[in-house]
Design a protein around this ligand. Structure first.
Ligand code: ASP
Length: 150
């Protein structure tokens, strides 16, 4: 089996409006010694603020650490962007990174009303996300929306 990836993120909105985020320790297999990844870096791989929403990232943590991606998505929502606009803006930020280790990034986000958005820079074929709302019998499974380069 392909065991080369596996970071899992959760974004939850409770009925009372509280938001929560969780992320597994980085699932990047065969990491070189000392590599941290973005999962444990608040603001890079995960950030949640009850007032605006939450975001979590998977794949190339080297990039989301440099761009502060999860925090940026929440900040864009604070500044009035919809969850989709905020994710698109953050993908643009990632595309502006030059040099260093570059690769795919998926951003998962939820606004404070529970509206979700999952976008990708591309290159992560086969990845899926699951969405569940109260009353649904089963999870809805989706593929991240590809944001094409401008
Ligand atoms: N984002 C993780 C990391 O950079 C990798 C992953 O999503 O699987 O360590």
């Amino acid at each position: 089996p392909d065991l080369s990836k596996g970071t899992v993120t959760f974004l939850v909105r409770e009925r009372n409006g509280h938001l929560y985020g969780g992320v597994s320790t980085s699932g990047w297999a065969y990491k070189y010694p000392g590599r941290l990844g973005d999962s444990p870096v608040v603001g890079a791989g995960m950030y949640v603020d009850n007032r605006y929403g939450g975001a979590a990232c998977t794949h190339t943590g080297e990039m989301t650490i440099r761009a502060g991606t999860a925090r940026s998505v929440v900040l864009y929502m604070k500044r009035g962007a919809s969850v989709s606009e905020a994710c698109h803006e953050a993908i643009g930020d990632l595309r502006e990174l030059k040099g260093g280790y570059l690769g795919p990034v998926i951003i998962h986000a939820l606004d404070r009303h529970g509206e979700p958005c999952v976008v990708t820079t591309g290159g992560d074929d086969g990845d899926v996300y699951c969405l569940w709302r109260e009353g649904m019998d089963d999870f809805l499974q989706g593929t991240p929306l590809l944001v094409p380069p401008q």
